[in-house]
Design a protein around this ligand. Structure first.
Ligand SMILES: Nc1ncnc2c1ncn2[C@@H]1O[C@H](COP(=O)(O)OP(=O)(O)OP(=O)(O)O)[C@@H](O)[C@H]1O
Length: 250
């Protein structure tokens, strides 16, 4: 049975500004992402990659078109529904980690849950489970500065997947990491998709990460210009040589 997509874009346009300052960041984008799928989003600077993530996660409203994330139509979702989506269903990770240096790893993961009104015991339980999923269960009480850059990004990922979140939006999560640490973070994202069923939308400038992706979506000037279905983990070299299945957007 075909899984029900966890994110669907149907003819989505996002315009910033008006008149002479108008920017069409997304232009009639249609795509969908299934549970457990790792989709890489690539394209030149300013083509709309971050905007795609922000609109999919309810941080920005579409100007027109329909966005459905985790069963919610974001176009007519109330403020309360959007905030529930961000609290319970989706997570974000960025290049900037925003970890608080004076809090331990587990306290950093717990913080948003507690700010959200969850009691301390439950917040700790969920945070310990998330840190276990990212391979840091033995380091709960260490401070961010005690970790390498790659491990710090793992803490940020744990914070983004607590509870039953079904989608992770990752915007250049390895931008500040060396090659080895970056590969290990992408490895982790790939295993979260495979083993936990988390759908992952990964914005990246790194062609080599396409080797971990199930699908690659190429944006230019706000439009999807190409999609590559990566079967059996084709390598970036295969991609460059055109040895992949290309699906032209509708
Ligand atoms: N809040 C905003 N207000 C006005 N314009 C914006 C806003 N956010 C994005 N834009 C514009 O929309 C376009 C797409 O921006 P976006 O950040 O989505 O691109 P990107 O592909 O993620 O770029 P990069 O790879 O450089 O991060 C750009 O022209 C950008 O200047």
């Amino acid at each position: 049975m075909t899984p029900r997509p966890i994110v669907t874009f149907d003819g989505v346009t996002k315009v910033f500004g008006r008149g002479s300052t108008e920017t069409r960041a997304l232009d009639s984008v249609s795509l969908s992402i299934d549970p457990g799928e790792l989709v890489a989003v690539m394209g030149p600077s300013g083509c709309g990659k971050s905007t795609l993530l922000h609109v999919a996660g309810g941080l920005e409203a579409p100007t027109s078109g329909q966005v459905v994330t985790c069963g919610r139509n974001l176009g007519d979702a109330s403020v309360a529904e959007l905030s529930s989506l961000r609290r319970n269903d989706v997570g974000f990770v960025f290049q900037r980690l925003n970890l608080i240096p004076s809090l331990t790893a587990v306290e950093n993961v717990m913080l948003p849950l507690e700010l959200d009104g969850m009691n301390r015991r439950q917040a700790r339980m969920q945070s310990v489970a998330a840190l276990e999923e990212v391979g840091l269960s033995g380091h709960l009480d260490r401070y961010p500065d005690d970790f390498s850059g790659g491990q710090q990004q793992r803490i940020a990922i744990a914070r983004a997947i607590t509870g039953t979140r079904k989608v992770l939006f990752a915007d250049e999560p390895t931008g500040a990491l060396d090659t080895l640490a970056a590969d290990s973070v992408i490895d982790l994202l790939s295993s979260l998709a495979r083993d936990r069923g988390t759908a992952i939308l990964l914005v990246t400038h790194e062609p080599r990460f396409t080797a971990w992706a199930d699908r690659v979506v190429y944006l230019r000037d706000g439009s999807v210009v190409d999609e590559a279905v990566m079967r059996s983990y084709a390598s970036a070299a295969d991609l460059a040589s055109g040895d992949h299945d290309t699906v032209s957007p509708a």
